[in-house]
Design a protein around this ligand. Sequence first.
Ligand code: PEP
Ligand code: MG
Length: 608
Amino acid sequence: MRFFKNLFYKPLSTQLTVTSSSGFHLRPVARFTTLAKSFSCDVIASFQAKSIDAKKVNTLLSLSLEKGDTLTLITQGKDAQRALTSLQTLFTTLMYNDVEVTSITKENAHYIGETIEGDIIAKGVAIAPASLYRTETIEHENTLTFKDAVDKTMKSLEETYDAQKESSNADIYLAQQSLLSALADKCDTLEALEALIAEESEKLQDTKLSTKITDYQDILQQVKTALGLEVKVIFPEQDFILLSDDLLPSEIALLSDTQVQGVILKETSINSHTAILLRASGIPSLIADTSGVPLNADIILDSFSGVVVLSPSSEDIQTAKDLQNKHKKDKAQSTAKRFEPAQTTQGKIIKVYANVADVRSAKLAKEEGAEGIGLLRSEFLFTEQRPSLEVQTKAYSDIFSFFDDVTVRTLDVGGDKALPYIKLPKEANPFLGIRGVRLFQSHPDILSEQLHAIFWAASKKPIKIMFPMISTVEEFVYAKQFALDVASKHQLSIDNILFGMMIEVPSTLFALAEFDAVVDFYSVGTNDLTQYLFAIERTHPTLSIDSRSPILFKALSHIVNAVTKPVSICGELAADTKAIPELVNLGFTTLSVTPKSIAQTKETIRHV
Ligand code: PEP
Ligand code: MG
């Protein structure tokens, strides 16, 4: 049937390269398959002679895609073109935003009592008796069928996802929902679900995806609870450090109503959903073998240095208490400090701005201490369908409301970024084709509407508009005139708007004096500048460039010396702690980085 359905449609394809160092793991895969399922066409992913259905979480995960792997995405059917571009855009967004913890550096500690070592999940110090994880099963009267219980669990996961949508951890619930939906399709009874989960978990043992077993257990427990088989966790009434092999992600929320001081888990990993939620809750926690830990007497969990002190001396207790107090003070200070300006040892103030993509990241940027938005990547704002003028205006004004200084970049579509409602020709070298400011010529209506919305949203607020991929002065003049025409057509005053450009195409380096006469500001996009300087695609699976190459620094030095208008850096290099001292010494005074890198960037500047 499927064969006949698609016979009339040609397959479309594109290549997607995994650029995140954590690979294409469960949470991004869940987001990807959720979108894939919303299209009627077939969606196939092909990698190393294996072709699978990319609408299913488990099959897509089975490709085990790591950083550098390139998969071919094939869509075939009525809405294949829309599906291809939407999925391509989402994939790029997921890769841009996927920042996982690789390891947490340990500090030195000196204790007299015997210690065991572990890996840090979340930093902190706890002093309390250890208590083993205990549960009791309570059977309630059940009125639901198995299918109803699955539906109820799906609904509850959806509600948790909706409630946490603002947080990046929300995708954990979407991932569990996708797993449950895939499993429940194959089962009619609880026993069948249990057997299937046991079988799937067996396959995952000792693989890179083994932490998924806990998500399976969590789902199973939630379905059981819906069927009246509640497993209740028993917590002590006094302060305690919880010891367990592992915890279900859903159990982390329960801890907030207890006297828990710390958690030691034996069998999780630093990026499991349980670990992510523990970190978010701020409970000091460690991965360590808990078998030799004595119960019911005070132990020390020092997850700064990654140790558990099994029989602490009174000096040890004092050391831990001092550390606890220092931590409390440091935390309060660094939390407050992230809102303070970043000043070098020589007293020079460097502004630290944020690169954002939507209202959620703008809000996060504010919370993390950003002093403004140095780059709003507007192409990630509306990735599914073309927004109306009103919807666009609302999104821009929401984002503008967070800061007094905001730079919004006009759509930078093309290259590795696509939007389903912007048709671009298939090109052999899309990074050298219709991209960025070139859309002013190919899609004037879309750009005109975007500028109209930005002007409207800005109202009287000073806003900076930045054009991407400028390569000649004429291109800048054309884009600016285009914007002025939009304003005059709608009789909008734009005295409050400044116009600037990205420096990311090498040709601009040789015309900076001419640009200086027409632009109000610049921002250096080192991601693209590097790819074009070295002629190596930024997403290339095997070729890589030294991101701190002396040649790039020569280019940056030339820029900062040649221009008289304000210039910032918004490429990844701006958050590279090893590059920051040199960037500051070259004379850059504004760095724009991802929201999560703001505190660290400020702290690095303070040591220059
Ligand atoms: C850059 O090229 O460095 C940049 C900031 O823009 P993008 O990564 O969005 O192309
Ligand atoms: Mg760029």
